[in-house]
Design a protein around this ligand. Structure first.
Ligand code: FAD
Length: 470
C-alpha cells in the first residue's frame, strides 16, 4: 500500500500533532522525515537554535524508535528531497503542519502545487497556533494592530483542545535511507554549550515536564512574579514552543484547567498569537519597521558600541547581566529583553535589526514572529509599540525588578560584593566602597559606555526629526 510521508518541521512532537494523527487515520504506513537545508537566508537557524534542533531531533528519533518507527533525515531542497523520497517509497501523500514565516509560506505553496501536479496528495494542518492568523479580524475585515482588541476577539473563539498522543505508528516494510544526525552538522565545532546543557532538556519529554512543573509550582505566582528576573516564575516554555515540542493548545488548556487564575499567562501566550498574526499580515516587518516614518530614523551604526552590548560590557549592570545570561544559557528573561533592547535602540541608537540579528543567533527560542514583534515593540516602531519617548532607565528598571541585585550578582560576578545600594550603578559608589568590593571601574568592570541622561535626550531629539515628517 502507498505510504504517507510525514514531514516534520517545527512540530517535533508526537502529542497534539495534527498531521501525524491525520496520517495515522489515513491508514497506510508512515514515513517520518526531517529535511535539513543549509541556507544563506538571514533567518536560517542561528547557532543556539541549531544546538537545540540537534537535541530535539535526537529526542524525536528516540520517541519514534520506541514506537517501532524511524526518523529519516535528509538534506537539501525540500521539494527535491520529497520527490526523491516519493520515488524511493512509492508514497502517495505528504502531510505536514503549517508554518507562517514568509519564506516558508512561499516555499510550501510551491511544494503543494508541484505535488498535486504529480498526483501526490499534499495536506497541511494547523498545529502551531491557537488561532490561524487569518481567522481573527476586525469588524472591517482588517488585521489587528493593537493587542487588547485582538485578544478580546480571540477570546470569543475558544481554541480547540489538544489531540491525543500517538502511540502506534504503522511502519513500511522497507525503510528508505537516512543520514545520521551528526551528518547534519548542527552542533558547534567548539563546544560552548555547557551552560545550555545545564539549563535545558530539549525534546518533547523535557517540554511536557517543564509545563507540568510550571503549572504545579509557578502558575499561581505568575502574574505578580513574571517581571522578576531574579526569580523563576515564568514558564520557560519558549524554546519548546519554538520547536513545536509542545503545542500552544496543550499549554493553554493545561494552564486553564489547573484550577488557578491563569488569565495573565494565557494573555502572554496570546502575545505569541498576536506576533504570528502580524507576521502573516505584514511579512515585510522582519526587516522593516511597521510604522513607515521609522524607516527614516537617524540610526547610528557603531560597531564598537554594538560589540560592548553583545558582550555584556556596557557598564550598566542589568544590561550586562541580561546579555551574559543570553550568551551562557541561550535565553533571557522577558523584562530584561525589553531593557537591553531599549538600551541598544535608544541609548545607543543602533538599529533594532542589529539587535534582532544577535538575538536570532544566540537565543534557543529564536522565533521570527516573536523576535520581530519584541524588537519593534521596544524600539517603538511596531504594532501596539511602547511609545518611542518611553525610554527605559537601566538603573531604575534594575532597582525595581532586581531589588536585591541577585540577578546582577549571578551574571556579573565582578560586582558580587557591592552593597545593594550601588549594585545597579557602581559608578555612584565611593572609591572606598568600590575598593572593598574589589571593583575597579574601567579595569575589571567597564565604566558606562554612554551617559543615560544624555543619551535619552539625543534619542528624543532623533525622534522629533521623524515625528515632524509623519
Ligand atoms: P512566559 O512568560 O512563561 O510566557 C509563555 C509563552 O508565551 C512564551 O513561551 C512565549 O511563547 C509567549 N510569550 C510570552 N511573552 C511574549 C511576548 N512578549 N511576545 C510574544 N510571545 C510571548 N520570544 C520568543 O519565543 N522568541 C524570540 O525570539 C523572542 N524575542 C524577543 C525579543 C525581544 C526584544 C523581546 C522584548 C521579547 C522577545 N520574545 C521572544 C518574547 C518573550 O521575551 C519570550 O517569549 C519569553 O521571555 C519567554 O519566556 P517564557 O517561556 O518563560 O515566557
Amino acid at each position: 500500500m502507498a505510504p504517507t510521508i510525514l514531514w516534520f518541521r517545527r512540530d517535533l512532537r508526537l502529542t497534539d500533532n495534527s498531521a501525524l494523527i491525520d496520517a495515522v487515520e489515513r491508514g497506510e504506513s508512515i514515513i517520518p522525515i526531517y529535511i535539513h537545508k543549509e541556507s544563506e537566508s538571514r533567518w536560517s537557524p542561528g547557532a543556539a537554535s541549531r544546538w537545540w534542533l540537534h537535541h530535539s531531533l535526537q529526542s524525536l528519533r528516540e520517541a519514534l524508535e520506541a514506537r517501532g518507527s524511524r526518523l529519516i533525515l535528509r538534506r537539501g531542497n525540500a521539494l527535491d528531497v520529497l520527490r526523491s523520497l516519493i520515488d524511493d517509497t512509492g508514497a502517495e501523500a505528504v502531510f505536514w503542519n503549517r508554518q507562517y514565516e514568509p519564506e516558508t509560506i512561499k516555499r510550501d505553496t510551491q511544494i503543494k502545487s508541484a505535488l498535486k501536479e504529480q498526483g501526490i496528495e499534499p495536506r497541511s494542518h494547523n498545529a502551531a497556533l491557537l488561532w490561524e492568523p487569518w481567522a481573527i479580524e476586525t469588524k472591517q475585515g482588517k488585521p489587528y494592530q493593537v493587542f487588547t482588541p485582538f485578544w478580546k476577539a480571540c477570546q470569543s473563539q475558544a481554541p480547540s483542545r489538544p489531540e491525543r498522543e500517538v502511540r502506534k505508528i504503522p511502519t513500511p516494510k522497507d525503510w528508505p535511507t537516512s543520514l545520521h544526525l551528526e551528518e547534519l552538522s548542527l552542533l558547534p565545532k567548539i563546544d560552548w554549550a555547557a551552560g545550555f546543557r545545564a539549563d535545558w532538556t530539549p525534546g518533547e519529554k523535557g517540554a511536557k515536564a517543564q509545563l507540568r512543573r510550571f503549572v504545579r509550582d509557578s502558575l499561581e505566582r505568575y502574574s505578580d512574579g513574571r517581571d522578576r528576573p531574579d526569580m523563576r516564575h515564568t514558564s520557560r516554555l519558549s524554546p519548546h514552543l519554538a520547536f513545536g515540542e509542545i503545542s500552544p493548545r496543550h499549554a493553554y488548556w493545561e494552564a486553564r484547567d489547573a484550577g488557578q487564575d491563569a488569565t495573565k499567562f494565557l494573555s502572554e501566550v496570546a502575545w505569541r498569537e498576536f506576533a504570528y498574526h502580524l507576521l502573516y499580515h505584514f511579512p515585510e516587518t522582519t526587516d522593516q519597521a511597521l510604522r513607515p516614518q521609522f524607516r527614516e530614523f537617524p540610526w547610528a551604526e557603531d560597531e564598537k558600541m554594538l560589540r560592548a552590548w553583545q558582550r555584556g560590557r556596557t557598564g550598566y549592570p542589568i544590561v550586562d547581566a541580561g546579555m551574559r545570561e543570553l550568551w551562557h544559557t541561550g535565553w533571557m528573561h522577558n523584562r530584561v529583553r525589553m531593557i537591553v533592547a531599549s538600551f541598544l535602540t535608544k541609548d545607543l541608537l543602533i538599529p533594532w535589526q542589529r539587535g534582532a540579528e544577535w538575538f536570532w543567533d544566540t537565543l534557543v527560542d529564536a522565533d521570527l514572529a516573536n523576535n520581530t514583534l519584541g524588537w519593534q515593540w521596544t524600539a517603538g516602531c511596531g504594532a501596539d509599540a511602547a511609545p518611542y519617548f518611553r525610554i527605559f532607565n537601566p538603573v531604575s528598571q534594575g532597582e525595581r525588578y532586581d531589588p536585591d541585585g541577585a540577578y546582577v550578582r549571578r551574571w556579573v560576578p565582578e560586582l558580587r560584593d557591592l552593597p545593594k545600594k550601588y549594585i545597579h550603578q557602581p559608578w555612584a559608589a565611593s572609591p572606598g566602597v568600590l575598593a572593598q568590593a574589589n571593583v575597579k571601574l574601567g579595569e575589571n568592570y567597564p565604566r558606562p559606555i554612554v551617559d543615560h541622561a544624555k543619551a535619552r535626550m539625543e534619542a528624543l531629539n532623533a525622534y522629533e526629526k521623524i515625528k515632524k515628517k509623519s
